[in-house]
Design a protein around this ligand. Structure first.
Ligand code: RRO
Length: 311
C-alpha cells in the first residue's frame, strides 16, 4: 500500500513562520544546558519549532530557597522563583547561543514595575535574534504584590505602555489562577497583544507530614503536568472563543494526542512543558507523532484541525 501523503505541519504565530506547531513552555527546557549534554545533535534535531526562553528579569536573581520541586500524582509543583542572569547577563552570555538552534526565538520577560518592563522589551526587541517577546504577567512564585495578569485593567494598561516600544510580536502569558481568564485575554488584546499563551501553573502547595510543614521553601508554588490538562483545555477553549488573536496552548501535553486536544480546543500552536523534564526529547516525539495523530482523527492538514470548531 502506498504511504499516505505526509501532512505539512508548517504554520505561523502572529507572523512568525514555523515549521510546525510545537513550542516549549518558558522555563521548562534549558537549551544551553541541553546543548552541553547532547552537542550538535540537539541543533540537528531540535525538539521545538520555536524556542521560548526562561523568563528574564532586569537584575540577576538567585531564585527561591529550597526545596523547589514536588512530584504529585500526574504532576509537579515548582517554586523556582525566577533565578537568572538578569537582562545584561542574558544579552551578553545567553542570547547568541540560543540563536544557534535554527528556530525562531521568543524571549520571556517579567518585571514588577512598568518602567522595568519597558526597558526589558526595548532591549530585547532591539536584537535581531529575537522574533518575539512573551510578557510573563503570571508567575505564581514571586512575591511582588499585585500579579498584573490577575487584573484585566492592569494587563491592558501594561500592554498599552509596551505596545509602542516594538513592532515585534508581544505575547501575554496568562495565569489560570483567576475566575475568568478570558477577561484578562480580552484586555490583553485590547491593549495590543499579538497572542496569548496559557496556562501558567496552577497555585498549589505540598505539605511534608514528617515535619508538619510546607515542603517548598517558598511555602507554595505552581502545579503543572497532566494533572492540570483539563483545566488548561477549558481555559484555552474559553479564551479562544473570546479573542481574535491566536492562543498558544499548554498544560500537561505529553504526546501528540494531547497536543492535538489543545489545537481542537482552539489553540493555534502548542507548548510542551513539564514533560521535558522527564524526557528532553518529548518535543521531538510530539512533533513526529502529529501527522499520524491528525490522520487518525480524520484531518488532512494541520490547518484543518486549527480551524475545526468544537461542538
Ligand atoms: O520561576 C518560577 O518559579 C516560575 C515562573 Br517565572 C513561572 O512563570 N511559572 C512557574 O510555574 N514558575
Amino acid at each position: 500500500m502506498a504511504e499516505p501523503s505526509s501532512i505539512d505541519l508548517a504554520t505561523e504565530i502572529c507572523g512568525i513562520g514555523l515549521d510546525g506547531p510545537v513550542l516549549n513552555g518558558s522555563g521548562t527546557f534549558d537549551a544551553l544546558a541541553a546543548r552541553k549534554v547532547f552537542g550538535d545533535a540537539l541543533i540537528e534535531d531540535f525538539p521545538f519549532d520555536c524556542y521560548v526562553s526562561k523568563t528574564i528579569t532586569m537584575n540577576p536573581r538567585p531564585g527561591n530557597p529550597p526545596y523547589r520541586l514536588w512530584e504529585t500524582p500526574s504532576g509537579m509543583i515548582n517554586s523556582i522563583g525566577l533565578p537568572g542572569p538578569g537582562l545584561e547577563g542574558f544579552l551578553a552570555r545567553d542570547l547568541d547561543g540560543l540563536a544557534e538552534f535554527g528556530v525562531p526565538l521568543i524571549v520571556s520577560v517579567m518585571a514588577d514595575q512598568v518602567e522595568d518592563f519597558e526597558v526589558l522589551v526595548a532591549r530585547v526587541a532591539a536584537r535581531d535574534e529575537v522574533a518575539g517577546i512573551e510578557l510573563n504577567v503570571s508567575c505564581p512564585n514571586v512575591h511582588s504584590g499585585l500579579i498584573v495578569g490577575e487584573q484585566p485593567s492592569e494587563t491592558e494598561a501594561l500592554m498599552k505602555a509596551l505596545r509602542p516600544i516594538t513592532e515585534k510580536p508581544l505575547v501575554v502569558k496568562l495565569t489560570p489562577n483567576v475566575a475568568n481568564p478570558h477577561e484578562v485575554a480580552v484586555a490583553a488584546e485590547a491593549g495590543g497583544a499579538d497572542a496569548v499563551s496559557m496556562i501558567n501553573t496552577v497555585k498549589a502547595a505540598a505539605i511534608d507530614p514528617t515535619v508538619n510543614r510546607a515542603w517548598l521553601g517558598a511555602g507554595a508554588g505552581g502545579l503543572s503536568g497532566p494533572a492540570v490538562r483539563p483545566i488548561a483545555l477549558a481555559q484555552v477553549r474559553a479564551v479562544a472563543e473570546a479573542v481574535t488573536i491566536p492562543v498558544i496552548g499548554m498544560g500537561g501535553i505529553t504526546d501528540s494526542e494531547s497536543a492535538l486536544e489543545f489545537i481542537l480546543a482552539g489553540a493555534r500552536v502548542v507548548a510542551v512543558g513539564t514533560e521535558n523534564f522527564r524526557d528532553p526529547r518529548a518535543g521531538n516525539a510530539v512533533k513526529d507523532g502529529l501527522p499520524a495523530a491528525l490522520r487518525r482523527r480524520g484531518f488532512a492538514s494541520l490547518a484543518e484541525a486549527q480551524s475545526a470548531t468544537l461542538g
